[in-house]
Design a protein around this ligand. Sequence first.
Ligand SMILES: [Zn+2]
Length: 455
Amino acid sequence: MSSTSFLPSRLKSLSDQALIESTKAAVRTERSATTVVLHHFIEVENRRLYADRHSSLFAWAREELRYSEGAAQRRIDSSRLLRRHPQIEEQIESGQLTLTQLFYARQFFRQEKKHGKPYSLERECEVLTDIEDQSTRETLRYLMERSSAPEKLDPKIGPRPKKNGKTELRLILNEETMNDLHRIKELWSHAIPDGDLTEIIARMAKVTLEKIDPLKKAERAAQRREKRAAQRMANQDVSKKQQDRSLSADQRVAMRKTKQATHSDSSASYKNSAAASVSDVATSATASEPPAAAATSDASTSVLDAVPTPVPSPALAPATAASATANSTAGAGGVPRSLPVTMSTEIFEGIDPVTGERQISLPHLWPSRYISADVKHAVWLRDEGQCTYVDHDGKRCCSRHQLEFEHIIPFALGGENSVDNIRLLCRCHNSHMADRTFGRRLMNQKLRLRRESVL
Ligand SMILES: [Zn+2]
């Protein structure tokens, strides 16, 4: 049985004055409980306790605490202001400052910072004092008069869900953006003759995504790679066929010559002519003539087979191997395609197969954090552009917001920039993993502050 189940009958028995007093006491308790909740939010955020199962404090408040979106956001913004200004606790408890006012105040401070006019702690304090005891409307008017982007504070602007999966969106655009839109309208006038803005925005979204979405970029890169590989295979096939064709032509010439020789010297036996041709071919091979020339001198197929394949002199072998190494690790002009992450103290020397110049690759004494575009593309494709954090229940984080590339074995501990060692994490879970690996960042900050205060 709920502890409030007897309440209605008890309240009915109260006198009017007593009911008013009881209501005031209940509201005081409610506000006091609210500040208690705000302090809890501060501590949960400090310890990042939500990160184990959620991608943000907001998601945690929505899903675990079952606050509405607005209620969750108001509590988060208020708790962050309370952390900066502990003295406002009294005003919150007394009702001089409401969570809605604090929410708008924080939006205002954030917008000003974004516009390059950050408020100092003292000025923030002045604003909070000014809006005490004001209604939400008065507070908004006060903030909008001082704001660099008043439209951003207007609560009426924002997406509103409509029927049939549609959303109403009211926008305030400046002159420059309107001119840009007008130009796009002109350029797309064939495709969208009536210049319908909804259609233009839909098309703009598609075009932009095609250009900036790393998943689509990765798809295109994979397609390009496949196409290049197919092209290479086709080229190899063509050159092989050409080789076969030229070889059979050589063979034809050789056979014709052999026939002519047999006809012209009918007294000489076939064995003798073959022996002579072996010595001819052997001589021409040592003189480094091309095989075609050797074949035309006088040879049959069996004779050609008998010729040993030339072996490069030992002095040439290291240079060939070195040039192959240089070729595999260097791009055009011998510049390494990506810096190796592991430290190397070896000096590579080789001949560029294209330019024939001698190249020396100096040791990489400093490992680089640089992750190549190919690796990034492969990781984006594999992780499907989504955070890969999995909680204790095996649930994967669904965040696609502020994704970062994380080293599974941390870079600082020698982790490589390879596809296997890189994964996508949202910013929240990247910080969470860093906390786990290197200890809480907050602790570090506190230590640093303490150190600075000692200095
Ligand atoms: Zn995540």
